[in-house]
Design a protein. Sequence first.
Length: 557
Amino acid sequence: MKTRVVNSRLRLLLLVIFLTFAALGARAAWIQTVRASSLAAMAQTQAKKPIVLPAGRGTIYDRLGIPLAIGEQAMDIDADPLQISDPRREARIAAKVLGIKFLPVYRELADRSRQFVYVQRKADPKLAAALQERHLVGFSFAPDQKRVYPQDTVAAPVLGYAGTDNTGLSGLELELNKQLKGTPGSATLVRDALGQAVNTIQHRPARDGRDVFLTLDSHIQANAEQVLEQTVNEWHAKDATAIVIDPKTGAILALAQEPGYNANAYPTATAHDLTVDHAVNDVFEPGSVFKVVTIGGALSQHDITPNTAFRVPGSLQVADRVIHDAEPHGLETLKVRQILQRSSNIGTDLIAQRYLGESGLKHWMARFGFGRRTGIDFPGESRGLLPTYWSGSTIGTVPIGQGVSVTAIQLASVYAAIANGGEWIQPHLVDHVAGAPATRPKRRRILAPGVDYQLRTMLKGVVSDQGTAELAAIPGYAVAGKTGTAQKPGPHGYIPGAYVATFVGMVPASRPRLLVLVTIDEPHGQIYGGLVAAPAFEQIASFDLQYLEVPPDLRIK
């Protein structure tokens, strides 16, 4: 009896073994025939992974070859969650070695719906190498580049920034992205059974971007930013802008604004800071600095000379407006040079009414370049705002810089033309791109020959002891310039107490080497360009003259 039971069990066991092997054989045959091609393709996919070889982004240099934006080596670390058996353990190791938070890494590694996740973009190469030595299953390491700005805050709004994928997103990084970014290459990463990289097969090498050389001088730029910071703090202003131009070439030596930000910490800056350069993007009513358009136009038409006299009353009725001067006075006789020197609103309006009119003003505003972009090599330039409708009072407001809005770069380029002989030269920030021919800036004559000299001579009087800008004077140098104080317009008329103070000047006036413009937005305590902006001009220009070793043109008394 027992023997039969034992035999039955043995036969049952043999049957189970036979059926098991039969099933395994059938499965093997099915895999080798029906599933062979699909499994082979899957194996190839798991063993080989196409990767992009990043191109090195070109370096941005100042005019002296000092780097302002560079690319530093970095590593991209990614992982395949399907190859990770213990995501919690590997996330702890990665977070500890790389110095990053554990939870975000764990969430990525535990997501088995994907075969590719980033552990960290642009990691420190030393930390990445330390992690690579841990031989974590499913981790891959690829070289990348991180954008770094060696001078931190210097020219940050001008340079802009590049995003995580090294694409320019604002400023010159955006404007010059095509030249800077280069062309990525391609390769295949070969992995072993454990998911570790064992070889890289290169198909197309990366081609690095081109270097760019700017007209900016980092020393002049840094000094301008420092002066603006002090000025903003002193007058509790909203913001401030400064432009330094070589009037002979249109090259911009400084394009500064305050408050600024650290270019290496752009994620913490506001969207406004990252996308707005006040000198190029913002518009404002210029006030009295605009009077050179009116007077320069009348001089070019040979209607007046600097010594032409006008009977200037204490007030002037223009349609529904009454025009006054900053300093009350009775009826007096003023020559054109005195009208500009004292910044007489009434005298300027008399010139506009008598010799220009609506058509003349429109002609000269267009000839000077107002109402259209300068074409500066920087994104988002505004064209300014000219009157779309001329009422009876417009002839009383526009000639003195009211009811018209301009950009700081437009104003600076016009005064640079006065400084260089009457020729407007397109302002520019880029000197040249490595391996490419330099672009010549556009030029056009905007003043009749000799008018530039007449204007410079009259503008020197503005900085004398009888003008509105004594605080712009620099010992040893003749300064020619103009003040401007303009109330800020709002949606329902002018904003009470809100002004923009401006001073723009050229030095040495006998043969100008520098054109410096300063605007202070919403100063408190004082509002006049001669008191708020002129001292900042003096500090910026004094430094620049010494730095550039420009000899004095006056004897120091």
